[in-house]
Design a protein around this ligand. Structure first.
Ligand code: MN
Length: 228
């Protein structure tokens, strides 16, 4: 048996709703500007330009209910998103076959150090410093396709305190889930354990310590996360 020279990293796992089982995470892909109204609020044309992706680290996913306010920022924003977890992968997956690769869905938050992301954008630099920091993706339990089907429409929102900050409908995605999977699989080899965060509706904004974010997606319940 191979001996590790240091302790191996702990596998990153997500709870599966209604079971005591967990889903192991391999990679995390995130799509940008996938709701027209959000593209507009970020100063972009909402036309159907090709999708683009960035990545978070698997261990940025955090199924706990607390989000520690991160270092080196004064402007952390919430982005509520539908997360798609894959049970199968491949390359050049056809749009018509894409949903066969999905294990389940979850509510997640693409927490963003907007000030650092903004500087990176201005300088033409990568986004990781704004996007891929510790615990930057609070996520709820995975709901299996058997349990919830493939949510393609339904309300998506996040409240901070009692105030609705972001709201939209899953049917407003510019690139639909099967299209995202198909497109990504042309550029990357997808595999079981991959998670895709599918973009956020309009209304992104800052949170501060002590805030409670309640994210809801119709059919998937809600995810409550306290900023600490
Ligand atoms: Mn996002």
């Amino acid at each position: 048996m191979t001996e590790f020279v240091i302790d191996p990293p702990k596998p990153v796992v997500l709870p599966v709703a209604g079971t005591d089982k967990v889903f192991p995470v391999r990679r995390v892909y995130c799509i940008g500007r996938n709701y027209a109204a959000h593209a507009v609020e970020m100063g972009h044309d909402p036309d159907r330009e090709p999708p683009f992706f960035f990545q978070k680290n698997p261990d940025n996913l955090d199924p706990s209910s607390e989000f520690p306010y991160p270092a080196k920022t004064e402007d952390v924003h919430h982005e509520v998103e539908l997360a798609v977890a894959l049970k199968a992968g491949g390359t050049n997956i056809g749009i018509d076959k894409a949903l066969d690769h999905v294990f389940g869905y979850a509510i997640c938050l693409d927490m963003t150090r907007r000030d650092l992301q903004g500087e990176a954008k201005k300088l033409g630099r990568p986004w990781e410093i704004g996007k891929a920091f510790e615990r930057s993706a609070p996520i709820g339990p995975l709901h299996t396709v058997d349990a919830v089907g493939h949510p393609a429409d339904g309300r998506i929102e996040v409240k901070v305190g009692s105030e609705v900050k972001q709201e939209g409908d899953l049917n407003q995605m510019i690139w639909k889930v099967p299209e995202m999977i198909s497109y990504l699989s042309e550029y990357f080899e997808l595999a079981p354990g991959d998670v895709i965060m599918s973009g956020t509706p309009a209304g992104v904004g800052p949170v501060k310590k002590g805030d409670t974010m309640v994210a809801t997606i119709e059919g998937l319940g809600e995810l409550t996360v306290r900023v600490v």
